[in-house]
Ligand binder design. Structure first.
Ligand SMILES: NC(=O)c1ccc[n+]([C@@H]2O[C@H](COP(=O)([O-])OP(=O)(O)OC[C@H]3O[C@@H](n4cnc5c(N)ncnc54)[C@H](OP(=O)(O)O)[C@@H]3O)[C@@H](O)[C@H]2O)c1
Length: 289
């Protein structure tokens, strides 16, 4: 019998890609919220409500908690929802997984850091600047303190082909450019973008071996938002003149932006037998379209 894998956020960018890749190795079920999926194991679940009764019903051997309010600006407007989904739901999943000795992976974020240092390792102190980052950090703590069978993964900015073609960081840039919009991208805001397929590969590897602890998962290249946008346009043979460079100093809005949340992923490399690819390799060789 195949192990039962429950994915929260089956309708999301990571959840849907993981579900596709995990089919055949796991018996996959998973939840959506506002956007039903055609996945046969999909069911509606509002993670702001009870967690444990749903887990009792599905009794998964493994859980990957990808569901989130993944737009930081939305979290500033809806802090209670962010707290429930990122912190309380994660805490309840961690308690349940500990009791049942199920394996749990929680997807956190690079935005637990304030971005003043860059090249962060897992032992660097966190200092989130946003509701999104704070509530994710509280979820991390609950997971690691309450569940000995849990892994917390902090992905960097994710790009690649998403279920509906509009979630990947690269897809959003291509859409804007093909609509003729001008994109203003920061030259002094750095991330280590990770390819969706690589992240899924890491998740499958962790699920297979039940690796526990805290891990950074970013690509091998530290790029500014502007450099990333420029690469995406070049790889898609789109004109780059609609990509305007700007400095973070000109940013007005909430939450504040973290200048450099690039991730050091040395710890990950001790666990995985494959290398993560750079955006240059991915965008020019496997143009996701
Ligand atoms: N995308 C990135 O660049 C990035 C970077 C770092 C970390 N992360 C983290 O990685 C994880 C996966 O990201 P993603 O890009 O796949 O996110 P996503 O595409 O925005 O998907 C979010 C998922 O959460 C679900 N959801 C939202 N509100 C819910 C609620 N109240 N109850 C239950 N489910 C709810 C959504 O369901 P519906 O669509 O059905 O409403 C969707 O399936 C997230 O935890 C995110 O914080 C993402």
């Amino acid at each position: 019998m195949m192990p039962r894998l429950l994915i929260t956020g089956l309708s999301g960018q990571v959840g849907s890609a993981l579900a596709r890749a995990a089919a055949g190795r796991f018996e996959v079920t998973g939840s959506f919220f506002r956007q039903p999926t055609d996945h046969p194991g999909g069911f509606h679940w509002d993670l702001r409500k009870d967690i444990e009764p749903v887990l009792d019903r599905y009794r998964p051997d493994l859980i990957v908690h990808t569901a989130a309010l993944s737009a930081p600006a939305h979290c500033e407007q809806h802090p209670d929802d962010a707290h429930r989904i990122h912190t309380l739901a994660t805490r309840d999943m961690a308690r349940w997984a500990q009791r049942r000795q199920a394996y749990l992976i929680f997807l956190s974020t690079d935005l637990v850091f304030d971005g003043r240092k860059g090249d962060y390792t897992e032992t660097d102190p966190v200092n989130p600047l946003s509701v999104y980052g704070h509530t994710k950090r509280s979820g991390e703590t609950a997971c690691l303190e309450l569940c000995s069978t849990a892994a917390v993964i902090r992905p960097a900015l994710i790009y690649g082909r998403s279920r509906r073609g509009d979630r990947g960081a690269d897809e959003q840039i291509r859409h804007a450019l093909s609509d003729g919009r001008t994109l203003t991208l920061f030259v002094d805001e750095f991330r280590t973008p990770v390819w969706l397929d690589d992240l899924v590969h890491v998740l499958l590897h962790f699920l297979g071996r039940r690796i526990t602890g805290l891990f950074h998962v970013g690509g091998p290249r530290r790029l500014s938002r502007w450099e990333f946008g420029w690469l995406v346009a070049r790889a898609a043979a789109m004109p780059t003149d609609h990509i305007r460079p700007a400095s973070l100093e000109t940013f007005i809005g909430a939450p504040p932006r973290s200048p450099d949340v690039s991730l050091d992923c040395t710890r990950l490399t001790t666990e995985i037998p494959f290398a993560l690819q750079s955006p240059e390799e991915v965008l020019f060789q496997h143009q996701p379209r």
